[in-house]
Design a protein. Structure first.
Length: 306
């Protein structure tokens, strides 16, 4: 609110990811009562990579909720969403840690708790450390599904991920080769991450893609997911591939296109998390290089946008 007043704007566009959309009307009420003219983006939103910049044709400023800054635009304000928990919950992960020097990482909802976690770990004789990955992850200790850079900490081979879901810690293990422990701070459940099963599945998907007559290389038109240059590089590796530009990468649209396999250069999580929903194998760029013989399986890389 203060930031809006300082800017002297009169009209505001609001954008929320799925989990926060229900707050739209309440926040719009609040801003309307303050004299702002308010519009709301009703489209799906997956991250700060996915800004509704088109709404700036109708409003002075776009307020994007739930994520940290990713695309620099003077007319966009980012309002991250924070979720609290008691840092003491980290004690349930201690039996799984193998060393004393621990890198700690989390998602943007919890970065504000990391100093409290550091205090608890230090009181137990550990040497915790966290740092900013920069670029797409500006907050210290923050990782995204497309950037595990904050987990690459010199001299650290033990990582504690504090957050929900298995995708981030799995990606961190593949990106760093570290021993990774994942702690869900809301349930207090801790697990050691093992990427072997995941890699076996990915190997099967690459093999399935070998029989495809045509391969679609998906290039996103979302501002923070566009990797056109990478798409062109991948295109040069295979004479039965075509670039396919998409805004929403959905199972229905891939089915309608009818390619035997796809390579995803949009949000890396699409190939990993959504494979089960897709009608054909969807490879990451690195997996496509393995398919084309320009990368060895032993050189498997997790897909990131650094
Ligand atoms: S590219 Fe994917 S993982 Fe990265 S910010 Fe966007 S939605 Fe999140």
């Amino acid at each position: 609110m203060v930031r809006l007043r300082e800017r002297g704007v009169s009209s505001v566009a609001l954008q929320f990811p799925a989990g926060l959309k229900r707050k739209a009307a309440e926040i719009a009420d609040d801003l309307s009562d303050q004299g702002f003219s308010v519009i709301i983006s009703g489209d799906p939103c997956y991250g700060a990579c996915d800004l509704s910049l088109d709404l700036l044709d109708y409003a002075d400023v776009l307020v994007h909720f739930g994520h940290t800054p990713l695309i620099s635009n003077p007319d966009v304000l980012y309002v991250p969403f924070r979720v609290d928990f008691d840092p003491d919950v980290v004690r349930s992960a201690l039996p799984f840690l193998r060393g004393k020097a621990i890198g700690i990482i989390t998602t943007t909802q919890h970065t504000h708790i990391l100093p409290g976690i550091v205090d608890v770990l230090r009181s137990e004789g550990y040497e915790p450390v966290f740092r900013s990955g920069g670029g797409r992850t500006p907050e210290p200790g923050q990782v995204l599904g497309c950037s595990f850079e904050a987990a690459r900490i010199p001299g650290i081979s033990e990582i504690l991920f504090v957050g929900t879901g298995i995708f981030h810690p799995l990606g961190v293990q593949l990106a760093t080769g570290a021993h990774v422990v994942a702690l869900d701070p809301l349930t207090g459940q801790a697990t050691e991450v093992d990427a072997d099963k995941f890699l076996r599945k990915r190997h099967g998907i690459i093999e399935k893609a070998r029989s495809a007559r045509h391969i679609g290389i998906i290039v996103s038109t979302k501002p923070g997911q566009n990797r056109y240059a990478l798409g062109k590089h991948l295109l040069s590796l295979c004479d039965r591939a075509y670039l396919v530009f998409m805004n929403e990468v959905s199972p229905d649209e891939l089915l309608n296109l009818g390619f035997g396999a796809y390579v995803n250069t949009a949000c890396p999580r699409l190939a990993y998390d959504d494979q089960i929903r897709f009608p054909a194998p969807v490879l990451t760029p690195g997996e496509f290089e393995i398919l084309c013989g320009t990368r060895r399986w032993e050189e498997y890389v997790v897909d990131e946008m650094l």
